[in-house]
Design a protein around this ligand. Sequence first.
Ligand SMILES: Cc1cc2nc3c(=O)[nH]c(=O)nc-3n(C[C@H](O)[C@H](O)[C@H](O)COP(=O)(O)OP(=O)(O)OC[C@H]3O[C@@H](n4cnc5c(N)ncnc54)[C@H](O)[C@@H]3O)c2cc1C
Length: 439
Amino acid sequence: MARTVQDFSTIGTPSSDVTGADAASADVAVIGGGIVGLGIAWEAQRAGRTVTVIDPAPASGATFAAAGMLAPVSELHYQEEALLELTLASAARWPEFMASLPAEVETGFNTSPTLVLGADPADRKALADLRDVQLRHGLDVVPLTIREARAAEPMVGPHISCAYRVEADHQVDPRAMAGALRTQLLRSAVEQGRTEPEQTLVPQTAAGLLHAEAGNTHSAVTGVQLADGTEIHAREVIVANGLGAPQLAGLPEGLVLPVRAVHGDILRLRVPAHLRPLTTATIRGLVRGLPVYIVPRGDGTVVIGASSREDGSAGVSAGGVHQLLRDAQVLMPAVAELELLEMTARARPGTPDNAPLLGRVAGLDGRDIAGLIIATGFFRHGVLLMPIAALVARQLLGNITDLAWQPFRPDRFSPTLKPADSIGQHSDPTDNQHSKENP
Ligand SMILES: Cc1cc2nc3c(=O)[nH]c(=O)nc-3n(C[C@H](O)[C@H](O)[C@H](O)COP(=O)(O)OP(=O)(O)OC[C@H]3O[C@@H](n4cnc5c(N)ncnc54)[C@H](O)[C@@H]3O)c2cc1C
């Protein structure tokens, strides 16, 4: 029976086609169905490739917890200038990425501004110092009086010390976005005429990479071996499984992927009807030096986050929850009247320089290993950075190397792996922006 566009009921559940001994195949296999893997898969698919996303529990990792702030300006950290270039480029790409999805798709993408608030005088000083840095980078951060801030958002508490408006920092709902991308991947596979569209989302665990020469992890990557032994053959494999990436078998010998778990506690609360909207802008604040934010969702809930801890504990921290509720109430006292719906903890995939591990990997001869792209280590910014990660992957799939993204090469922490010329084998130093793709 021909599958119709609406007939998705059986897709995404294990099928004999993908769990049997026979190998499946796609142009691009993506390991990991978090926001990054799904975004990359969608970009590759809309460039005309068949894709297979492998994940036993899509969007259950950091994506499940994320607040979804798209905030390159208010999240600027000292000494992260290279990362700023990437975050700004990705923020600029969000509208274009959204335009690639049908208009009716629910993603929570919202271009309302961000209000940045300080609680005490020390917070005011810290935010003023940060604004100096933001202005030096040409970023727009507008000081408001307390009266102006409360006029814009009447639920802001009266005892704050300072306020700024950041017009450029927006938000999306990562869970809704991930769901929309999965639906779209399946719909588009059907429209592409893929004979087995269920192979677009394979609900299994990837065990490792397949190579052209067995035992030679510097030979071309030709596919993925699943935990049950099934093989998925692909011309290109994208490793996008967050903190799980270093555990994959068959990664190039010498490749160091230094991702570490930075846990965050985060809360979902319902705003009672008489308090709606609690806020229309995203509220970010410093309260006695600790960051806290309140992100409004279209369904009358808000997200309050997030703690940051490296204690290795995957459960929700009582201290983290206490701190978030206490500090959020300083910025918006009505938070005390909300209904607590959910407490979640997940780990951000942190890296030593807080920047992602994104791109191809050099083999021992200095040439990039064919068929392999890494996209992990997105730390605090994976949602924000998804569209640029998707673009970089699409360029690499088309044999295009943009020199701007070389600082994020995934082999930069691997002393034994050095690209032949510090810019990668495919690079052409005379042409920073190749425009032609070779599918
Ligand atoms: C509390 C909190 C708040 C955050 N807020 C924001 C925010 O406001 N804005 C922002 O930009 N970022 C935010 N982040 C960061 C953001 O969530 C991450 O950077 C982003 O989710 C990383 O996406 P990912 O797809 O790389 O990883 P993940 O979302 O962790 O997804 C990895 C996927 O890989 C799968 N997987 C793992 N191993 C395997 C395997 N062997 N085979 C197959 N699949 C596998 C997992 O099931 C998972 O679905 C926040 C993070 C946290 C924890």
